[in-house]
Design a protein around this ligand. Structure first.
Ligand SMILES: [Zn+2]
Length: 728
């Protein structure tokens, strides 16, 4: 209980003993009838100065720490899930206390709150997403370990109160006792119960959604840069599947990926193995194999004769990438996935002349076999270059350079990547080669090859122009039927989602076979948090990562300051940065007006199934719509209608770099993937729609009910940039 002798806590004790009073914004029309006693306490609290009570707060809410959640209905969830012991977490704060709520079942064993109070992943318990404070069974601890060990120091005089029921845990902590202030930095929160059930993941906190941070009914809350999660599927392109799979891959399995992308309005990254698509055995060429090269392209070297070279499915599958580039991205995995030849043999059958011998992990760098994999060694930049050249030469059997430029996206097989002799991406790193081919975005479990970074895996870094982003294993095994719901070796507990240290969700090709429904459902719910969004494409994952790490956003009351002055120079130099996406709860309304200064623009807007609205922000004059270094002011307000004119990205996967309109014309610059509809709310009846770029063709258009729908095709399936103009 509270020490009543301390004047500082005197009024707290009154509040705690009877009822803790907090006030949130009016949202509904119901007026809560206050009991006279409660009113007295409010007056006492105000008299003693124990609670800041802004005059615009219109509704009183009484919280009793009784293990019941009936007072919490107007507090938005920070995270929730439909399966598992912990179903939701929420929180808010007043001038002294941070209040936390967890709902679920069987929550009465042991309870842990993890709080990342400085919003810094790299401080505190880094293994647990940077948690600085642990609240365990009503006691408070500060992290005192070195980042990866479980070392916490109890704060004996901290004021922590807990009300625990089997379905609800309510906690209040006097945050000054623990050295943080949520009104300055909103903490990231995570909850665990019984040591096995966590939300959103095993101690990977997400940003608190607070009704006091501007997210209630009056103003939109764009004060968070949401973490964009992309979907990446490995080992696509292999035709033969063994082990737990009863059949080989079929064109219909590619269609499943495309259908999931279409259902969600996203472009799924596939990491492609090329060897089975080598119709002319060019990977058997002497330049690609020993003795001319230092290793072999496949286990058969110059003797390779592709058993699939006459398979009609090869053209059919590449045709699907051509037709459905809006929803599926052709990215690089490797030619043959492993590394044959060279001196570092991991696998030796012991049988003389066995062609599987002298085979090691993996194609682009050498790693020791599991579990000792936290170290990679180089095959050499020339070896890396030959692999990517061969990959591209096979690609050219199907696409010209105009139809498919070298992919921008890659997953290294085995997550094996050489990061230079200095561990800092020096010139001999794999990134120096991949970057020269045009790779910009790499996603992998960085724990495998990047743990060299002082023993701690980073969440991302730039290696010679390649932005390396961290990925969470979600459905990590290789068999059909193992999906987001049933996969093993996961780094986040289904149905929760990866925390903010991750940018990608991982699957392997068979995890998608016949699993359109569960993946659609699982990925839809990524959007069900203010701090998190389902990425529409790879460029968006990368941009959001850069803005989250290098930009600052603050504000409330509908006015926000976006500061990009600390953006790393590499983001501009290597063309890694593009448009920014921000997200707000809508409370049943829409964004009616939004504007931004400094030459930036609102380039698109969309809403999701969870009552969130998204603004895409670009800069008219900057490459890829990226925000130049500077300080921008964003203003936005709610209304019953949407904005007068905007590009609606709900079902689309392209990026809009700029958008402007007048009473009789409009124009947009975009990066378009494949063939898809461009939906624009227009304030006039259009008479002409034209592409100003040879790579983008307007197939047809129609105007209905205030919306223009343009069906357009980008020639380069890796993304075509251009401009479309609309006139009366
Ligand atoms: Zn793989």
């Amino acid at each position: 209980m509270v020490d009543a002798s301390e004047e500082r806590y005197h009024c707290r004790q009154v509040l705690y003993t009877f009822q803790i009073i907090i006030i949130i914004h009016e949202k509904m029309n119901t007026i809560r009838i206050l009991k006279p006693l409660v009113l007295v306490i409010i007056l006492l609290a105000a008299f003693w100065g124990c609670g800041t009570m802004p005059s615009h707060w219109q509704k009183l809410l009484a919280i009793t720490l009784d293990g019941k959640d009936d007072e919490w209905r107007d507090v938005p969830n920070t995270a929730d899930s439909t399966v598992g012991a912990v179903s939701s977490i929420a929180g808010f704060y007043d001038s002294t206390y941070l209040y936390l709520l967890a709902r679920g079942s069987g929550l009465d064993k042991s309870t842990d709150w993890f709080l990342d109070t400085d919003d810094n992943y790299f401080s505190g318990y880094i293994t647990g997403g940077g948690a600085d404070v642990l609240l365990e069974n009503g006691r408070a601890f500060i992290y005192s370990g070195s980042g990866t060990d479980w070392v916490w120091t109890k704060i004996d005089d901290a004021h922590v109160f807990e009300g625990t029921g089997s379905t609800v845990v309510e906690t209040a902590v006097a945050y000054a006792d623990l050295g943080f202030n949520p009104s300055e930095i909103l903490p990231n929160i995570a909850f665990g119960s019984g040591f096995t059930h966590y939300l959103p993941g095993p101690a990977s906190p997400v940003k608190l959604v607070s009704p006091l941070s501007g997210g209630a009914s009056e103003y939109p809350d764009f004060s968070i840069i949401p973490n964009a999660l992309g979907m990446a599927i490995d080992d696509v392109g292999w035709l033969d599947w063994e082990g737990g799979n009863s059949r080989d891959a079929l064109p219909s399995d590619y269609k499943t990926i495309i259908d999931v992308g279409k259902n969600l309005g996203i472009r799924i990254m596939t990491a492609f193995i090329m060897l089975d698509f080598d119709k002319t055995n060019l990977s058997a060429g002497p330049a690609y194999n020993s003795p001319e090269a230092s290793s072999n392209m496949s286990k058969f070297g110059t003797r390779f004769d592709n058993p699939h070279k006459n398979n009609a499915q090869l053209d059919e599958i590449m045709g699907m990438y051509r037709e459905a580039a809006a929803y599926i991205e052709l990215g690089v995995h490797g030619v043959g996935h492993e590394h044959w030849g060279g001196s570092k043999t991991n696998y030796d059958s012991g049988t003389p002349d066995d062609p599987t011998d002298d085979y090691s992990r993996a194609e682009f760098a050498h790693i020791q076999p599991f579990p000792d994999i936290y170290h990679s060694e180089p095959w050499g930049t020339e070896d890396n270059r030959l692999k990517l050249s061969c990959w591209e030469e096979i690609l050219r059997l199907y696409f010209t350079e105009e139809e498919c430029s070298f992919p921008k996206s890659m997953v290294p097989p085995g997550h094996a990547w050489y990061y230079g002799s200095d561990g800092k991406g020096s010139d001999e790193s794999t990134g120096s080669v991949a970057g020269s081919f045009g790779i910009k975005y790499l996603n992998c479990d960085m724990d495998v090859s990047f743990a060299i970074m002082g023993g701690v895996e980073p969440t991302g870094l730039v290696d010679n122009g390649v932005l390396v982003m961290h990925r969470a294993s979600g459905a990590d095994y290789y068999a059909e039927g193992e999906t987001a719901g049933t996969g093993t070796n996961n780094q986040f507990e289904y149905p929760a989602y990866p925390g903010s240290s991750y940018s990608w969700i991982e699957a392997h090709f068979p995890n998608y076979w016949n699993s359109e429904g569960i993946w659609t459902e699982y990925l839809t719910e990524v959007n069900n948090a203010h701090d998190r969004m389902l990425a529409k494409n790879t460029a968006q994952v990368a941009s959001q990562w850069l803005y989250r790490h290098d930009a600052q956003i603050s504000g409330s009351g509908g006015t926000f300051t976006i500061d990009t002055r600390a953006m790393r120079n590499e983001a501009y130099h290597y063309g890694l940065l593009s448009v920014l996406v921000l997200k707000t709860p809508l409370f049943g309304k829409h964004i009616r007006r939004a504007s931004i200064d400094g030459g930036a623009q609102i380039t698109a807007y969309w809403e999701d199934n969870y009552d969130y609205g998204y603004l895409m922000i670009g800069h008219e004059k900057a490459p890829m719509g990226r925000l130049p270094k500077g300080v921008y002011t964003l203003r936005a307000e709610y209304g019953e209608e949407t904005m007068e004119s905007f590009i609606n990205l709900t079902e689309s996967t392209f990026n809009v770099y700029s958008y402007s309109y007048t009473a009789d014309s409009a124009s947009l610059a975009l990066e378009l993937y494949g063939t898809q509809d461009i939906s624009i709310k227009l304030p006039f009846f259009p008479g002409h729609v034209e592409s100003q770029s040879p790579g983008i063709s307007v197939n047809n258009w129609a105007y209905d009910d205030g919306f223009l729908s343009i069906n357009a095709t980008g020639l380069d399936i890796q993304g075509e940039t251009g401009k479309i103009t609309i006139a009366k």
